[in-house]
Design a binder for this molecule. Structure first.
Ligand code: EPU
Length: 421
């Protein structure tokens, strides 16, 4: 076990290079199962979720080659196993994205049900309903989803709710199905657009990604290609929020500002100066943090993946605001930890009321999930004194070299062995 130790109170200043996107890389790695050819990905972030996905692919019999730092080659010539085991699915729910490609290519997949997680129940019935509409039979045996089909066939399917990985799973399934699939009420996140783009470059036919209706013509085979992963919008936004909370001036380099438009709008309302070019975003603080309400929503709304970090910022706001979590039912695990640092936050149902305080103070806190960890890092950077964040393995799921990047911006942060837990 490791911990992160931060001595707070330094304004962050400078530029930070944004890594490849975790939530784009994961579906793309699973999409490699759709082809027997070699896929090459560049700008692959070094993260725990990427490692977990590699482990899962290896177990299926896929060949992997870490060609050079940030470059990954995946060749799924033969698939020898069809199981995503509990040990892997429980550490990374995104493992369920193995379902669509395996069903499309092999007509068979045994995937452990993920169960609950730190941010809510997170069921996957939409993924399963979609596959059933495409002709799959689904049974639950010993905690595993057993999905079977001769060959998936095109279908007209409408999601009952907006789901990102659900949309991705069904796009992948439909890409090798017989005939045309129409998916309605799809999520429209940029990572979905990227997945569609890659499948099209592989010889697939996916139209309408980025809108709520996606039409996919199934192909008999897809080819291997090389692709550079898009920048991580959540990582970029987290560093911009770090500039805001430390009253600093940070430029996120190599990111797409339009992907974080809702966050930038909110930062502007909160009194930050925001400057953008095509590939860079700069956030400059004048010292004030205005309290502003926020409601999370699917893209292009304010991302749930920024909610915890934004709450840390609002903890130092000049008055009171309400933060409403609309996407996940239980994503307030960071609240009690922020309160331990002196924040004034009260949760009622899906809304957290945040009374801004003048100062946060360093404390021992525990990370509970990936974005909650990031929020505690931000709070620690702004707090008086020393903050020790335990269980940082959550952080390593989604932030590449975070101590190094924050140190370069002037933070006093280091990683140490944790003897306490
Ligand atoms: N939902 C259902 N049934 C389903 C599918 C989803 O009820 O069949 C519910 C979920 O429980 C949740 C809501 O629908 O309340 C939205 O969930 P969604 O399926 O969109 O989330 P996800 O696909 O599991 C992805 C990201 C998350 C991000 C959410 C929302 C990846 C690998 N994960 O999760 O990222 O928070 O979309 O934008 O893309 C993170 O990176 O920290 C992270 C959690």
């Amino acid at each position: 076990m490791q911990k992160i130790v931060i001595r707070g109170g330094r304004a962050l200043k400078g530029s930070v290079e944004i890594s490849g996107s975790k939530n784009a890389a994961l579906p793309l790695m699973f999409a490699s199962l759709l082809s027997r050819d070699e896929m090459t990905f560049h700008r692959v972030p070094v993260l725990r979720d990427i490692r977990t996905t590699k482990q899962l692919l290896l177990q299926l019999g896929v060949q992997l080659d870490d060609f050079a730092p940030g470059t990954l080659r995946i060749k799924a010539r033969d698939i020898i196993d069809h199981t995503a085991p509990y040990e892997l699915v429980k550490t990374m729910r995104a493992s369920v994205m193995v379902l669509g490609p395996l069903m499309a290519r092999e007509g068979r997949a045994d995937v452990s049900l993920p169960g609950g997680c730190a941010i809510g129940a997170r069921p996957i019935e939409q993924h399963l309903k979609g596959l059933e509409a495409m002709g799959a039979t689904i049974e639950l045996q010993n905690g595993y989803i057993q999905a079977r089909a001769d060959r998936l066939k095109g279908a007209d399917f409408s999601f009952d709710l907006t789901t990102v990985t659900g949309t991705e799973n069904l796009i992948m399934a439909a890409s090798l199905a017989r005939g045309t699939t129409v998916l309605r009420k799809c999520a429209i996140e940029p990572e979905i657009v990227e997945l569609a783009h890659v499948i099209n470059r592989m010889g697939g036919s996916v139209h309408g990604a980025g809108t709520t209706t996606i039409v996919i013509d199934g192909k008999d085979r897809l080819e291997g290609i090389a692709h550079e992963i898009m920048p991580d919008r959540i990582e970029a936004g987290t560093y911009l929020l770090a500039a805001a909370i430390t009253r600093g001036d940070v430029t996120a380099v190599g990111c797409n500002p339009s992907h974080v438009a809702a966050l930038l709008e909110k930062l502007d309302e909160a009194g930050l100066r925001v400057e953008t070019t095509a590939t860079e975003t700069r956030v400059i603080s004048n010292g004030n943090i205005k309290s502003r309400d926020v409601v999370t929503d699917p893209y292009p709304g304010f991302a749930t993946d920024f909610q915890a970090q934004y709450m840390a910022l609002m903890a130092l706001g000049d008055s009171r605001c309400d933060i409403t979590e609309n996407v996940f039912e239980n994503r307030f695990m960071h609240v009690q930890e922020l309160v331990r640092m002196g924040a004034g936050i009260r949760v009622s149902g899906r809304t957290a009321r945040v009374e801004g305080v003048k100062k946060l103070s360093g404390a021992h806190v525990q990370a509970t999930d990936l974005r909650a960890s990031a929020s505690l890092i931000l709070a620690g950077l702004a707090a008086n004194g020393v903050t020790e964040i335990h269980r940082v393995y959550h952080l390593d799921r989604g932030y590449e070299r975070i101590e190094e990047k924050l140190s370069k911006l002037g933070a006093d942060i280091r990683r140490e062995k944790d003897d306490m837990l």
